[in-house]
Design a protein around this ligand. Sequence first.
Ligand SMILES: [Zn+2]
Length: 481
Amino acid sequence: MLKVKANKKLVQQHIQSITGQNVILKDLHNIVSHLRPGHRNNFEELLAEMKKSAGATVDAFTDSDDTLQAISFQTEEMRNTFSAYPELLLIDATYKLNDLRMPLYVLMNVDGNGESEVIALWLVATEDRMTISMLVNKFKERNPDWKDITVIMADKDMVKRDVLTEKMPGADIQICLFHVMRSLRREVSTDKLGISAGERDMSLEFLTKIAHACSEEEYQAFYDEFTNSVPRCVIEYFQKNWHAIRQQWVEGLKNEKASFLNNTNNRLESTNQKIKQVVTRYSGVTVFFQELMLCIHSLKNERDHRAAYVTTKDTIDRHPRSNAEIEYKELLTPYAFKFVEKQLEYSATTTVLRTVDDRSAIIRSKSLGDIVVSVDSCRCSFSTSMLLPCRHVFAVRRHFNKTVYDEALCAKRWTLAYFKTRQRVYIDYSPESAAPDIDDSVTLHIQPSEPQEKVILSEQQKYRKAYHLLVKIGQVISGQE
Ligand SMILES: [Zn+2]
């Protein structure tokens, strides 16, 4: 009886198209039980598995026909990790991992020791504008620090990527080199463009050069060479897909905000590869999720191990250090210090041309020409993307007889003190001692039906439509079950 009541309530909610209802797993059985009995994809089981993680929030999204559109998953630890280091958000979609062919979106950030962390998972059945919008909205609601995201790195192939910029207007969207090269290798192929292997290799060689261009002039020069050398279809593909958005992906043209240089490429690539290695292809969705979580745990353990070493002092330095070096070394995480150490070294050969006022001077920079640099800021790419002091600032400080060391020049995110308050190995947190998590609810969001953009079904959508994984809620109480 109770069960029926609960479902009646759900149906009522459904009719009213109210979004964001909490349902308990017991009731979900009725909604998400599979159409094909005995099929390995049991969503009730999956959602129950997801709820096992401490403080997990699980949001399931359905359309007005009760077809599952997406599931978003975040543990408490993931939310905390994001909140500690929200400036850079990496989003990577991986396809063909599970039996349902639901793409997995892995959301990551980069911590104070330069490690990337998984901060949310989205299983996306329908990659349309409305579903991605709902996922982003829910992410914002559950993670108030989204306002501090300055750069989003997303795959160019990510469907409805523009939703990200619409929903997070303060953030710049960029495509990291790893994704650029992956897309190019996929699209500029003998099969897709009908070119010879030689033409493909030559085209990719040009495109690699273009992706690494360090200025607009260099880009134009490579681009001219490229258009004079490769087959027409490659040029057309490039002009249609890449030319106009070059500020998002050409290394030297990206808006230089807190993107933390290119170091994100390798991280994304390695996480992506590890997931693919660990997860059994086309496994049932629960097994898939268990394997995925194991993989995330093992990556996390490796990072925690490295994080624990952050404070172990290596007492032997290869060369005598200056006072400034010693002070920066004590202030920063080893990862951040490595960058500052290099900048200090370069600053010895950086020339100040002339004084502008009592706190700024003209500096000659290789890539930017003559620039005005003050004792506490510079617009070079190192400074703007790393939020750390550059060789130019150091040179200007010496010019004005100011101390080379100044804590205020370094973003808080790179300091050891901040790291120790936010990295989990330093936080006295034992899940066992915490109050038992009795919340077994999954939040179900039903999209209000509204005229949809005309959609051509993707392979995945067709596949899934055939399964129609969520039974109509109405059928549950109308006695058809
Ligand atoms: Zn600089």
